[in-house]
Each structure stands twice: as C-alpha cells, then as structure tokens.
Design a protein around this ligand. Sequence first.
Ligand code: SAH
Length: 239
Amino acid sequence: MNRLVLGIFLACLIIVMMFFSYNKNPSSQGNFAQKRESMVQDQIIRRGITDPRVLAALRRVERHEFVPAEARDIAYADHPLSIGYEQTISQPYIVAYMTQAAQLGGEEKVLEIGTGSGYQAAVLAEIVKEVYTVEIVEPLAQSARERVKQLGYKNIFVKHGDGYRGWKEHAPFDVIIVTAAPDEVPEELVRQLKVGGRMVIPLGSVYQELYVIRKTDTGMEKQSLLPVRFVPMVGEGKE
Ligand code: SAH
C-alpha cells in the first residue's frame, strides 16, 4: 500500500516538474510551433501567398534552427536577421514569395545561389526533388551543410563556390533561385537553366527589383515582380 502511495506521489511529482520546465522555457518546441503558425497566417497568407505547397513548407521548416542561438526567439519575426559574415537570412515573406514565383510542381531539380543559413534551401527541399545550393562564404557553406544534414534533409547538396559559375555538373536545372543581387542576369546561370525553366532573381544595386525569367527556345522572357533589398552578389562574375 505504502509503495502504491509512493508511486503515485512520484508520478505526480514528475508531471508537475515537466509542466513547470515546459512553461519556464520560452524556447520550447510548442512555443516555436505557435510562432510559426502565426508567421504563416499574419505574414504569408494575409499578404496573398496561396500556393498550398509553399504554405505547407513554411509550416514545416523550423526557422529557429537556422538563426544564431541568441536570435531564436525572434526567428519568426517579419524581417531578415543577421547570420554573421555581414549576411542575412531573408524575411519569411520574401522566401515564400520567391518560392511561389518559381511555380514548383514537385519533381524539379533546383539550383539556389546564396545558401546563407540554408533556410530557403530547406523550404525548397520540402517541395522539390533535389536542391543544389552554392555559397561563396566558406564557413556559411560549412555550417549550412551541417545544419541541413542534422535536420535530416537528404535532398540538399551544398557547395562552397562562386554562384556566378552555377553548378555545371548537375545542370541543367528546372528552376534557379538567386538570393543575392547581381547587377545583371549571370549568363552562365541562363546556360544552366532548362528551356521552359524559371529563374527568380533580384537585380540591381541601390535600387533592386525581383524578376522571374523564363527561358525560351529563342531567349528569355523577363517579368518584374516587386522591389526588394538583398545583399549584393559578390564574386568573380562581378567586375
Ligand atoms: N538564402 C539565404 C539567404 C541569402 S543571403 C537563406 O535562406 O538564409 C545571400 C547569400 O548569398 C549570402 O550568404 C552571401 O554570402 C551569398 N553570396 C553572395 N554572393 C555570392 C556568390 N557570388 N555566390 C554564392 N553565394 C553568394
């Protein structure tokens, strides 16, 4: 009898301790899930993103895993965040917007230029078959590679290199997403895009605009989407 009472007492104690440790920790998974859902509702759906695949991907990817430890609590805020080396993880809305603009069906092989934290790559990887991503800052490429591996993504491939050169060995790509801004469309990237493929790319320096470019048999169709602000695309392609 005494044992039974002791057992019940201990079980209650454990439940109470779990309850308090959960509530004391503002960074608990439950809290992040809630913030992620609010982000999708207030920043993404409210601004007109409708592609169900994009919304599902934003609901799944744990953005707090892609920001520095001290920024985890503001990972779902409505702005870009610093990830070191003077680089940023893009605002959630811009990630959603660019992903929707790529018009993904699910079977694509995608090239991303500017891996940064790996967040955009993870969002893409939730939707498409394979994501190849190139980052010019070696420590960022390295940490993004480790991060996506740890999070279990088997269809993201990270390369340290200059994005102006693309990733020839895996070309041609169905879609190319560039997340740093060059002044002009890099020719080599157009070469590595399939005919009928789409490139989503910010262009410009002081004033930048986001474009979607469709490669045709005869050239390119270029459509301007919205004004944006990305870090400049550096590297050898730039004079
Ligand atoms: N997509 C990232 C954010 C991009 S920030 C994310 O989801 O977190 C832009 C990134 O482009 C930076 O990490 C910067 O180092 C990188 N970059 C700039 N010029 C580049 C180039 N020529 N080739 C590859 N990466 C480049």
